[in-house]
Design a protein around this ligand. Structure first.
Ligand code: ATP
Ligand code: MG
Length: 230
């Protein structure tokens, strides 16, 4: 079982391919400090999602090691690992139910107060209160009741409740307007406080808000420093 962690993440000489003899990357090594936000950039198909898939062990490395706080992620149970490694995917997962239930999904025994506090922190509370029935508003899995930005805010609140120390965000490529982007950035910044994050970044604002940028291409990762240094 994974003990409480600070969130240091190390890739040590990691090689991985979905098929034998077809490596996506080889001998990948990097270190992310606790609380740091890394923007992962690179061409489509370069392997950004693949890198992030290895951390919650959706796939296992072929060679090398991934360490969280010095612990090889293969030495703990997958369930306990995934309590500490949260994943937010490109398509926000909303199920048919109330807004309240959709947020509480991050921590099934959360109280009403905890759910509302989480929504407040990521700045989702105001839009929720403007809905017909507030937190009791019923949303459909595929319905268009919520905008893409609102769905994201719900998932931020849900993730805040589940409280992972390491967070992976595979950012949506779909375009959103500038105002929504600013609102989401603010909510995301608040969610990321005290967490180590790897953000597969498509938006300039996300890249600008990261501590360091990793560029992936040509089967390896190049560290590109901070946005200001580029
Ligand atoms: P995008 O920006 O389009 O999301 P990406 O950088 O995230 O791209 P990956 O999804 O990591 O790219 O894919 C890297 C390579 O691995 C691609 O050539 C892709 O076709 C291949 N690939 C991805 N997932 C699988 C899989 N489950 N099985 C086999 N090959 C895969
Ligand atoms: Mg991807």
């Amino acid at each position: 079982v994974m003990p409480p962690i600070n969130g240091e993440l190390i890739f040590e000489d990691v090689s991985f391919g979905y098929k034998e003899d077809q490596p996506i990357f080889e001998h990948l090594s990097f270190k992310v400090k606790p609380g740091e936000t890394i923007a992962l950039v690179g061409a489509t198909g370069a392997g950004k999602s693949t890198v992030t898939n290895l951390i919650p062990r959706f796939y296992d490395v072929d060679e090398g090691k991934i360490l969280i706080d010095g612990i090889d992620i293969r030495d703990v149970t997958v369930a306990s690992l995934r309590q500490e490694v949260g994943v937010m995917l490109q398509d926000t997962f909303i199920f048919s139910g109330t807004i309240f239930e959709n947020i509480r999904y991050g921590k099934l025994d959360a109280t009403k107060e905890e759910v509302i506090l989480a929504a407040r922190i990521v700045l989702a509370h105001d839009f929720i209160m403007n809905l017909k029935s507030g937190y009791d508003t019923y949303v459909q899995e595929r319905g268009s009741t919520l905008s893409a930005g609102q769905r994201q805010l719900i998932s931020f609140a849900r993730t805040l409740l589940s409280d992972p120390k390491v967070l992976i965000l595979d950012e949506a490529t779909s375009s959103i307007d500038t105002q929504t982007e600013l609102a989401l950035q603010e909510g995301l910044d608040r969610l990321l406080v005290g967490r180590t994050a790897i953000v597969v970044a498509h938006r300039l604002s996300t890249i600008r808000n990261s501590d360091r940028i990793f560029y992936i291409g040509d089967h390896r990762i190049l560290e590109s420093g901070s946005h200001e240094e580029l």
